[in-house]
Design a protein around this ligand. Structure first.
Ligand code: GLN
Length: 540
């Protein structure tokens, strides 16, 4: 069959959850046996979000092939259960860079290079790249931003042209917001009508409207929207707030989104999607009553999206362990030696978050010291692992002022330092150790047992590394380097054997945890936290 292209645009406001709608549709189509991928086109000029502060766009996600990507790619993977790659995330910066490179090479043969057709052609070429591999029946393209934004205009023009060229092989889903005015006790569809009008002005007629709402939208109101917007009444779908994003595929299926998409792209739907395993997960969410209390020590705690993949990995692990996740954010900047006990007591497990730079770092050391001394299950991720190493050096090995050279260039004990190859790099973008690398684990380690194998491949995003010159001293002092990269011999995992659960990973296991395949290390950490919680309860 021809590859079908589904475009997902958004209107009225941002943050409506285009990523979740795209992911939910992908889940439904995959569960019907189709081959599906999702790509995100972001209208900003950065080449990738790698250099963006989390305050700007939340977490930076990393693909297997080492692309620093928009966090929506994390949703795609968690819902689809298949990896994405660099090709799944394109920005205006990448489009312009490619066009400018072509111009310098002389590819445009003396023509004036313009937004239309050169930028739009480059967008169209990129939209079709994954489809042209022949690997997919459906390519879902999420257009970042909101209709009406100046920066989105070239993308919408590309979508308009593609719809024209692809005919029935293309379809446009537009997501809008229907606000509820409390004072008037009314839902309002006018913003949706305006938003669709904006789309129509640029020549795009949406085929499906998804209305995000906090209250049930009556059928009569949906019919009215259909009539005003030239959309079939059954193709006006509501997306009402649900307790978990993982329920959205079901609410979309209940309103036949998958069947509508199939029919409109010329496919007669057969049977039902097989959501057996997905529903099993949802049942577990519903059934979980008891809590597991996890603390997350980091500096971006006021921002939910900064640790998105960690939150989701913990949620998945807790759910599979029949627990409700109770996640407590602990601001590392506010942690001191004096208040660490007060802030961390009562938690069943603690995560020390990844990050960059000096801010909040001392608080992480205080948290780790308290957790280590009180034998609380502790999981350090990337910078969190590096902090575990530094804290151990200072407080157990007696290496005063030990540090990472990221924080203190003049430290007498650079237990975390730059790799040789990193030292000459001056550009910030895309120059870290990025993407999936092999890791060989000591078969006796807790980590190997958690994974059930001694060979794993996990994703990285960092510049600094454990300094091998100190390895012997750490091992003698009780912190073991149990995971190593087989090629570069870099230390990837440290553990303190004898503790309940004290593991630090240089890699980010949270980038590889999906609903259908939760990450084993998160499962094992949550298991240890539950056991510790039960132990404390019994001792009371
Ligand atoms: N800042 C540290 C480094 O660059 C850790 C990065 C991270 O936690 N992702 O090595």
């Amino acid at each position: 069959m021809d590859t079908k292209y589904i475009f997902v645009t958004g209107g009225v406001v941002s943050s409506l959850g285009k990523g979740i709608i795209s992911s939910s549709l992908a889940r439904l189509l995959l569960s019907r046996g189709y081959r599906v991928t999702i790509q995100k086109f972001d209208p900003y000029i950065n080449i990738d979000p790698g250099t963006l502060n989390p305050y700007e766009h939340g977490e930076c996600y990393v693909t297997v092939d080492g692309h620093e990507a928009d966090l929506d790619l994390g949703h795609y993977e968690r819902f689809m259960d298949t990896p994405t790659s660099r090709a799944n995330n394109v920005t205006t910066g990448r489009i312009y860079q490619s066009v400018i490179d072509k111009e310098r090479r002389g590819d445009y043969l003396g023509k004036t290079v313009q937004i239309i057709p050169h930028i739009t052609d480059e967008i169209k070429r990129n939209v079709k790249l994954l489809g042209n591999t022949g690997k997919y029946d459906f390519v879902i393209t999420e257009i970042g931003g909101t209709v009406g934004d100046i920066e989105s205009t070239p993308y919408l023009e590309a979508v308009r042209q593609l719809r024209w060229e692809l005919g029935q092989n293309a379809l446009c889903i537009h997501l809008t917001y229907v606000p509820y005015l409390r004072a008037a006790k009314e839902l309002k569809t006018k913003p949706t009508q305006h938003s669709v009008k904006l789309l129509q002005e640029v020549g795009i007629q949406p085929d499906v409207l998804v209305l995000r709402t906090e209250k049930e939208i009556p059928a009569s109101m949906r019919r009215k929207v259909a009539q005003f917007c030239n959309v079939d009444p059954d193709a006006v779908i509501q997306s009402i707030d649900v307790p978990t994003i993982y329920r959205v595929p079901l609410t979309m299926h209940a309103q036949h989104l998958d069947e509508i998409v199939l029919r409109k792209t010329g496919i007669e739907p057969e049977g039902e999607p097989d959501l057996h395993r997905w529903n099993h997960f949802l049942d577990k969410i519903e059934a979980a009553k008891e809590e597991v209390k996890i603390g997350l020590v980091g500096k971006y705690v006021e921002l939910q999206d900064a640790y998105k993949s960690i939150n989701e990995s913990l949620f998945q692990a807790a759910t599979y362990m029949d627990r409700k996740l109770s996640l407590h954010y602990i601001h590392s900047e506010k942690l001191t030696a004096e208040n660490a006990g007060e802030k961390l007591d009562g938690l069943d497990g603690v995560i020390i978050a990844p990050g960059f730079g000096q801010r909040g770092i001392e608080g992480k050391f205080h948290a780790i010291k308290w957790c280590r001394e009180n034998d609380v299950p502790t999981f350090g991720i990337c910078l969190g692992m590096q902090c575990m190493v530094i804290e151990f050096a200072r407080n157990v090995l007696g290496l005063e002022d030990a540090n990472s050279t990221e924080m203190d260039l003049k430290t007498p004990h650079n237990v975390i330092d730059l790799m040789e190859e990193q030292k000459s790099i001056s550009n910030m973008g895309g120059t870290m150790r990025l993407g999936a690398y092999d890791c060989v684990l000591d078969p006796e380690s807790l980590t190997a047992k958690a994974y059930g194998t001694d060979h794993v491949r996990e994703r990285h995003r960092h510049r600094f590394e454990f300094n091998d010159e100190y390895r012997e001293r750490f091992e003698q002092g009780g912190m073991k380097c149990v995971g190593k990269n087989p090629d570069a011999h870099l230390v990837e995992v440290v553990e303190i054997p004898g503790k309940r659960w004290f593991v630090g990973t240089q890699y980010h296991p949270e980038y590889q945890s999906t609903v259908l395949h939760p990450n084993p290390l998160f499962i094992d950490f949550v298991k240890a936290a539950i056991a510790y919680g039960a132990e404390k309860q019994a001792a009371k």
